[in-house]
Design a protein around this ligand. Sequence first.
Ligand code: DAK
Length: 263
Amino acid sequence: MAYSNIGFELQEGIGTITFSRPKALNALNRELLQEFDHALADIARNDQVSVLVLTGEGEKSFVAGADINELASLDPLKAKTFVLWGLTVINRISELPIPVIAAVNGFALGGGLEIAMACDFIYASENASFGQPEIKLGLIPGYGGTQRLPRLIGINQAKELLYTGNLISAAQAHQLGIVNRVTPPEELMPAVMKTAREMASKGRVAIRATKQAVNHGMSVDLATGLRIETDAFALCFTSKDAKEGTTAFLEKRAPVFTGTFTE
Ligand code: DAK
């Protein structure tokens, strides 16, 4: 599939998807979501991609939310179909077996913040801003904002952002725990790539097991979460990476992980 609303490149095992509708501040229209959906499905099947980075074209915006032109034309039935499909697309991010970093280079609003929150973590440039402004449109978030934001920053902080629709700066988002790291704009991608390379050098089976244990464990009680971790721990021993990692340590050399999800 040829893409015209996103870009994709793969270098040294690190895939980068760039949201690319700069005239609309990379707002999510149906076509962009279709392309994004397709790219995520491809990446899920591609053993060459060890880490995925999501970012926006230009210096102004990551994603300025759902395309308001399209939202304006919805009726209740279309709204439900559209939002369910969009949510499926965004859930693909958290379900990918590899780490996904959001490199937020500007506005991350509405669906943009929801995409970023579905990633494993967020790095942001100093000029980034964040918000769930749906309330100003007479709407509520449709792609997980009422659920992921309170889980990320706590119920009370989330309600204030959701009820006011106010935007917050990268520094405030960092303070609230939405963002892991804030950099000057020109240092954002180098910082993201450095972390991505560090993760790409690790065993992909162990990374996958970690992501599954954390994500599945967070939605259940602690005892169940600990059982999930136990099973994920045991799963690591089905891979040659566990042997390689422990042997390399004992032989005082760097490990070379080659395990795949399908071995
Ligand atoms: N959709 C469409 N076009 C957008 C857009 C958006 N979300 N955001 C910006 N643009 C367009 C502007 O219309 C403008 O286009 P032209 O006039 O040049 O043709 C261009 O991008 C540049 O924007 P501005 O001129 O406004 O630039 P400023 O720097 O002055 O302001 C801004 C930047 C990001 C503060 C402002 O553009 C803004 O407030 N944008 C809207 C942000 C927003 O409210 N986003 C939507 C969040 S709601 C659901 C499905 C999904 C959702 C909900 C329900 N169901 C199916 C039920 C999700 C909803 C959302 O994400």
